[in-house]
Write a protein that binds this ligand. Structure first.
Ligand code: ADP
Ligand code: ADP
Length: 228
């Protein structure tokens, strides 16, 4: 579904962030991208929603070069979750999740039903369904809201950059497991960046291993990565 065709990125200052690579991601696949800090993972992810433009090659979605697509349309079909999700501080949990549906003109009833569904999906405590604000939540709860917000319009693709990186270790494990369950349930195509090999192996259908200099070393099922 997503094809990296000779994709590479060298920033204006000469930094080679991603070495030319070819890679296919299947529909419904959860591909984890793992490697040390600076190995080009975030850059590669951002080339999928055009926050970064490749210097060589093309990114294809369903066979079509995304460089020719409208950026707004492209991003509408892709959820994006980063380490600190950046919820709107003056909007409640529900209002945060409802942001994009409302912008798209969904009516209140449809939006409210979707918000309830998402809160259940990400297992947010029902006590938080009321008018809670982001500052009243723990880090783990905020990330859950961020995931729910990104899923609000049922994107076919989720781009996740260290989504659980800022969550405390106990909370992180439960979030990882729940995200694995959500992925099984929804079948969204997911690219998930992490520097945590355990997370990459736990969640990935396949694991893409990057090394310093933005080189893709291997792409393999988790078992293979573990035994090497
Ligand atoms: P990772 O996500 O694996 O930590 P990044 O994609 O963030 O890696 O960064 C890859 C390399 O590109 C690093 O050397 C980083 O410093 C560099 N880099 C990232 N963004 C820019 C930028 N906007 N301009 C120049 N260099 C950048
Ligand atoms: P990430 O956590 O995604 O790796 P960073 O915290 O490294 O991102 O970088 C934050 C921002 O700074 C990003 O927009 C990235 O593109 C940019 N950036 C990272 N490294 C460099 C660099 N060496 N020169 C210029 N910009 C950079």
């Amino acid at each position: 579904m997503i094809r990296f065709d000779g994709v590479g990125k060298t920033y204006a200052d000469g930094t080679v962030a991603v070495e030319r690579l070819d890679l296919d991601v299947a529909e419904h696949e959860l591909l984890t991208l793992v490697g040390p800090s600076g190995s080009g993972k975030s850059t590669l992810l951002r080339m999928v929603n055009r926050l970064v433009e490749p210097t060589t090659g093309r990114v294809l979605v369903d066979g079509s070069d995304i460089a020719t697509q409208d950026e707004v349309e492209l991003r509408r079909g892709m959820g994006y979750v980063i380490q600190h999700v950046g919820l709107f501080p003056h909007r409640t949990v529900s209002q945060n999740i409802a942001t994009v549906p409302r912008l798209l003109g969904w009516d209140r009833r449809r939006t409210a039903a979707r918000v309830e569904e998402l809160l259940t999906l990400v297992r947010l405590d029902p006590a938080l369904h009321g008018p809670r604000y982001p500052h009243e939540l723990s880090g783990g709860q905020r990330q859950r809201v961020g995931v729910a917000r990104a899923l609000a319009t049922n994107p076919r693709v989720m781009l996740m950059d260290e989504p659980f990186g800022a969550v405390d270790p106990e909370g992180r494990r439960s979030l990882q497991e729940e995200f694995g369950r959500i992925h099984d349930e929804l079948g969204t195509t997911v690219l998930l960046v992490t520097h945590d090999i355990d997370e990459a192996v736990l969640l990935g259908d396949r694991v893409a291993v990057f090394s310093q200099g933005g080189r893709l070393e291997q792409v393999a099922p988790p078992v293979t990565v573990l035994t090497r």
